[in-house]
Design a binder for this molecule. Sequence first.
Ligand SMILES: [Zn+2]
Length: 413
Amino acid sequence: MHSHSIKDLLDLPELNVRTIQKEQDQVLIKVAPVDVTQPCPVCASTQTIRRGTAYVRKVRHLDAFGQRVYLLLPAIRLTCKDCRAHFVWLYDCVAPKKRYTKAFEATLPKQAIGATITHAARLSETPPTTVHRVVRQWMATESVLVQNQCAQQAKASTGLVLGIDDFAIRKGHRYNTGLHDLRGGTFLDVIPGRTIAELQTYYQEQPIWQTLNPVAVVMDLAQGYHTFVKEMYPDALRIADRFHVNRYVTDALQMMRKHVQKSLSPFAKADLKQHFRILGKRHDQLTNDEHVILNRLLGYASLLRQVYEWKEAFIVWYDCSPTYTIAQRSYKKWLTQGEAIGHPIIETCLKTMHNWQEEICNYHQLRFTNAAVEGKNNKIKALQRRHYFTRNPACYKQHILLECNEEWIQYGS
Ligand SMILES: [Zn+2]
């Protein structure tokens, strides 16, 4: 192959290919600059003279044909005739003193996102310290770019719907709040903590979020979030997240199952315990076998059957309410159906359902849920497991922003 064809493949216009040799699993490409001379970095004079090559730099470049590729770059010494400064040839493709070309370094972040530094280091056959340095630097700038783009999209959106949900840093110990653009499908920010005070403090520091104009905000039934949103976005519709709300009802059903279990025969008790998941599943998603089991389980106690029907009625209410007005009316009916069961377990649940009926019914004004948010929270969970826990909070946040907005990342060269 002619060396100029190799030059095209190499895609580094500043370099000419001299020779190519293969050594074990490495390809060594001896190169030289295309230009004869380089202007002085001190006075910009073009009156410079070459004073020979001090040594040859071995610089890792992009792999080819499954082989590691190294460029052998001469370290050319030069002297400026005008200001007498001595300097070494500066290449565009690699920073001074570095052992990897910029193009090679640009491939590392892609391997580290969704994985670990160790993994990326092994894949690229590069020292972990190098991958770490490159990825850290890249994350710091790229996360800001990605966050800005997502923020701009949210600001420009006419029907912006925000999602607010907490996620555990350490379960039961520390929580953060995620701010999401549900229509745009982006993760906007990580807010430290989840109390009103913490949210307010953060919003003071980040005025951009105050300027958003959401038509609705979806969140769970945490009073703090609702009070905060009422203050911050008074015009926004507050929607209780469907899946959080539904969990209250399925939890009540399981509590009821545990309650009726106590007074049943050992067989019935074991049967209920073994198949408790079938009770929690949506009726229309049961298999034929599960239908048979369900009928047996509900046969054990009429109280359980009543609660099960009440749980299913709630799913139907969510799925099949044609308008907001009808939804409001049938919600009241559903509450009455629950009251008719007349059991303290259900009454406790109904109290919550009663207190939040406005926010729950608002779902039928704008059918958004935090389902996508849960997906992102799972990503964060996986990220935290991979990294145990990240000590540097800035780095932790950058990582979350990138990992949850992956399709916005531009792996430049
Ligand atoms: Zn000079």
